[in-house]
Design a protein around this ligand. Structure first.
Ligand SMILES: C[S@@+](CC[C@H](N)C(=O)[O-])C[C@H]1O[C@@H](n2cnc3c(N)ncnc32)[C@H](O)[C@@H]1O
Length: 231
């Protein structure tokens, strides 16, 4: 059974209960959240492999959260001491996300519903998890050096925004920290997307190197000086 299916079963299992966690109320109020989560192409289990590189028991962040679908997998695999879930939700999109096609099953998901889903998931996690409604840049600028040991970056996918996010992460990432993320695609004819170009540009200028890139769009980069070579 896929994780997506497990999540759906978990949602349904709350329908007949007293809804202590709030899933009932959420899906009744914001049907589009359920539609987007159950039908979109979220590739949850296929995105696990890159997480093996994340050091366990440390402080991490998912930047770009949407409804928080991937956050429980980050918590399960990376076992963070502290996990931040950062997204501006309505501060960026207003009342509804844009129609993101198949990803949201062509519905416009209410930002309040997405944020509420992320908050419920944060409460259900075993680790200390904090939901932050903020833009990546503003939040990263508010942190002290060494504040984060890893970041799963899945926010804006525009070249300039990704490079800016990576530069800000670099200023607060611990010495042996690692940056990972989603949606780095290379087409069958070798054409690359904006995230690939952003990673390439950033690594070239900032002394980082690619550690992982897979067919599910997952990537990881690390400072060159912290990459251990096997002899
Ligand atoms: C593809 S979705 C994230 C999906 C989520 N990581 C998952 O795996 O289920 C992209 C998210 O990035 C958020 N986002 C866009 N610009 C952002 C920014 N500047 N800072 C933080 N999040 C941002 C959007 O609001 C949206 O929720």
């Amino acid at each position: 059974m896929s994780t997506r299916e497990i999540i759906i079963v978990s949602h349904n299992s709350h329908l007949s209960s007293a809804d202590p966690s709030g899933w009932d109320q959420l899906f009744n109020t914001y049907q589009e959240v359920g539609i987007a989560e159950s039908s979109g192409r979220h590739r949850l289990n296929k995105r696990r492999s890159v997480l093996r590189l994340v050091p366990k028991g440390r402080t991490g962040a998912e930047i770009g959260v949407f409804t928080g679908l991937f956050a429980p997998i980050l918590a399960e695999v990376c076992k963070p001491k502290k996990l931040f879930l950062v997204d501006p939700w309505d501060k960026l999109h207003g009342s509804h996300f844009p129609n993101w096609g198949a990803y949201t099953n062509h519905v416009r998901v209410p930002t309040a519903g997405a944020q509420q889903a992320a908050a419920i998931r944060a409460k259900e996690m075993d680790c200390d998890c904090e939901v932050v409604k903020e833009f990546s840049t503003e939040w990263l600028k508010s942190l002290s050096p060494n504040a984060l040991d890893w970041v799963y970056l899945d926010a804006s996918h525009k070249f300039e925004d990704v490079v800016a996010d990576l530069k800000h992460i670099d200023t607060i990432l611990s010495d042996d920290g690692i940056i990972l993320g989603d949606d780095c695609w290379i087409s069958n004819n070798g054409q690359v997307g904006e995230i690939y170009n952003a990673l390439y540009a950033f690594c070239e200028h900032e002394e980082y190197a690619l550690l992982h890139l897979d067919e599910y769009g997952q990537w990881a980069i690390k400072r060159k000086r912290d990459i251990v070579s096997r002899r």
